[in-house]
Design a protein around this ligand. Sequence first.
Ligand SMILES: NC(=O)C1=CN([C@@H]2O[C@H](COP(=O)(O)OP(=O)(O)OC[C@H]3O[C@@H](n4cnc5c(N)ncnc54)[C@H](O)[C@@H]3O)[C@@H](O)[C@H]2O)C=CC1
Ligand SMILES: O=C(O)C(=O)Cc1ccc(O)cc1
Length: 304
Amino acid sequence: MSISYNRIALIGLGLIAGSMAHALRRAGFEGEITGYARSAETREIAREINLVDRVCESASEAAQDADLVVLCVPVGVMGAVAKEIAPVLKPGATVSDVGSVKQAVIDSVAPHIPEGVHFVPTHPMAGTEHSGPRAGFAELFDNRWCLIVPAPGSDPQAIDKIDELWRALGSTTEVMEIAHHDLLCAIVSHVPHLIAYTMVGVADDFSRVSEQEVIKFSAAGFRDFTRIAASDPTMWRDVFLENKEATLEILGRFTEELFALQRAIRTGDGEQLFDYFTHTRAIRRGIIEAGQDTDAPDFGRGKS
Ligand SMILES: NC(=O)C1=CN([C@@H]2O[C@H](COP(=O)(O)OP(=O)(O)OC[C@H]3O[C@@H](n4cnc5c(N)ncnc54)[C@H](O)[C@@H]3O)[C@@H](O)[C@H]2O)C=CC1
Ligand SMILES: O=C(O)C(=O)Cc1ccc(O)cc1
């Protein structure tokens, strides 16, 4: 697998950009990696830990002369960053992003992409609850999906090149259509995060149980919720604001199901509860048998 870019710029130096930098080096990338983050403190840390070859003082400085510029900032600011770097992008270069939402990012970034510059959005389906320049690690993308979500008119050759890059970083890739991506991610990622945030909030609010007791007696299920609910607030605020329609669609279905289960509990309908849980257990087993559960002991293919 070859990486066909000589200079790669990473804008935003957090978990994803940091992991890309580590994975690029692991893959033997010999070109230059430049980077920029808005906060001076992040830039300072990035220099200190040698995260990229050159930490720049502006996004434009980092993007200048790059063959590939990857926007690794919260989805709400992708458009502003694209606008800022547009004047320095060289003809033939590719702009990509790693945002968790695609339609809104395409709508805000595409209008700023100059003639002769390619735009190929992507979304690595891998992350942790940690953020910032120290959070990245080379194995993050190993055996995880990276979805390639072409914008209208994305160049097939530019798509192939970014696809090769993600495979070199350890991912398995799949090309996906924009609306399908946003709905799928609302189901498998965005709404589950919202449920985790809510459950942790409810536990905290529950006045009869002190916070200490919640932590002390928490079983695995709640602990998973607390891990997820520790994710970066800026990133997740932007995800919900920018994937509004799909999130509300899935939340609507979720609350319908929740009300049905609530009613079954109230009326003592054990059969309905049993049937429901039997069905969901089969889904979990299907995931494990398909080898899709990276956290299961048999398939421990990387950290999450
Ligand atoms: N954390 C995760 O699990 C995953 C995140 N993503 C997406 O990747 C992107 C980055 O996420 P993380 O790396 O987790 O976030 P992070 O919070 O670790 O890093 C974001 C970086 O962007 C910088 N930044 C913020 N606004 C900026 C601006 N206007 N100009 C320049 N830099 C700016 C911050 O200083 C920080 O260095 C987001 O769009 C997110 O939706 C995608 C897959 C997984
Ligand atoms: O840590 C988790 O549970 C995740 O779900 C990771 C993740 C978070 C956001 C994404 O856009 C993709 C993957």
